[in-house]
Design a protein around this ligand. Sequence first.
Ligand SMILES: Cc1ncc(COP(=O)(O)O)c(C=O)c1O
Length: 401
Amino acid sequence: MTDLLDSLFAGRAGGFRPSPVRDFWEVSMEPGIISLAGGNPDLSVLPLDALGEVAARVIRERGLEVLQYGGGTGAPGAREAAARTMAAEGLDVDPDLVQVTAGSQLGLDLVVKLLCDPGDVVLAEGPSYVGAIGLFVGMQVDVAHVPIDGDGLLPEALAETIARVRAAGRRVKALYTIPNFHNPSGVTLAAERRPEVARICRDAGIAIIEDNPYGLLSFDGGTLPSLRSLDPDNVIYLGSFSKVVAPGLRVGWVVAPESLRRPLQLASEATVICASVLSQAVVEEYVLRHDWLDVLAGARGRYQARATAVLDALATGAGPDVTWSVPRGGFFTWVTLPAGTDVHAVLDAAIERRVVFVPGSAFYADGGGAEQLRLAFSLEREEVLAEGVRRLLDAVTEVTT
Ligand SMILES: Cc1ncc(COP(=O)(O)O)c(C=O)c1O
């Protein structure tokens, strides 16, 4: 029998693709595999006893509130926690402006729903975050990639891309950008480029979606001025507790310019009613009443040591035609293989050697990234990472010689 649903699907139903990063989940779990693929935070730094006590206490003492439906913009305590997190990065935001979402992925989904019609174009770094590309493509929004270098987006290339897309008769709605410790490239948008990027977008009449889940994860504890601080009326800021507390809580937030705030709340209510009130209460108690920034400083130290292990192993073993980014925070480095290398052949050879990574093409909507790959260093110990890089470089040698 034919499935009746087959004829009923909406036009966009086929657009949602499996995440290439999640595709590697299963192979990453095989015994003996070294995974340089997933960008998961290291949760072993978390004070689980304290968090367990927080979760038990909020249910015991505030159960009738936190197990009930909550307000559409989020619980006051979680909004305060989001504002404090931004303050830790030097950004002063009134908690009343915060829209809590079930992770920043939902924040992006809501923003795309409100800004983009099918056929609109969003600009994004080339490469860009796979979850954003998957969302844009699924929502029938085209992605035009803007080239980057070791200092992030190239402002001239941004202006050229806007002009080129417009000359083709297309409507550009927004620049989606990850300015700090970019996923997947690891690079950070240089401080001197930020005002220029903000100005180009404002002059062109396109919004900026600033996605900043990694901003508090610099290795040296430093921060850079956010795009939002440079043009608050044209920047939609996405924040998340996923990388600085825990992704399983699913709590993120949006700070939007005035005109978008009410539509965001209504779109959020129409989509999820409210983010988990229980998770919001756990975040509130943890962020407002624990020394969570000290815990985070410990995590940053670990990430830095792991990044160093990967970069040292690359420097020791890579041939002269292999290059890589040098991250100053976050979870990733981006490797470029010799021209003409088939990265999928390298992946097959790497899996034979029991190491896995994500090929660069996953991070482009247009087939780019053919000779590149992302290495995540957030989860494995230094010696394991170094061994993983050695095996990867053996695989590169096998494929290129
Ligand atoms: C750049 C970027 N944005 C958003 C997300 C999703 O964050 P959340 O867990 O808050 O939905 C991720 C997760 O990997 C990410 O790397």
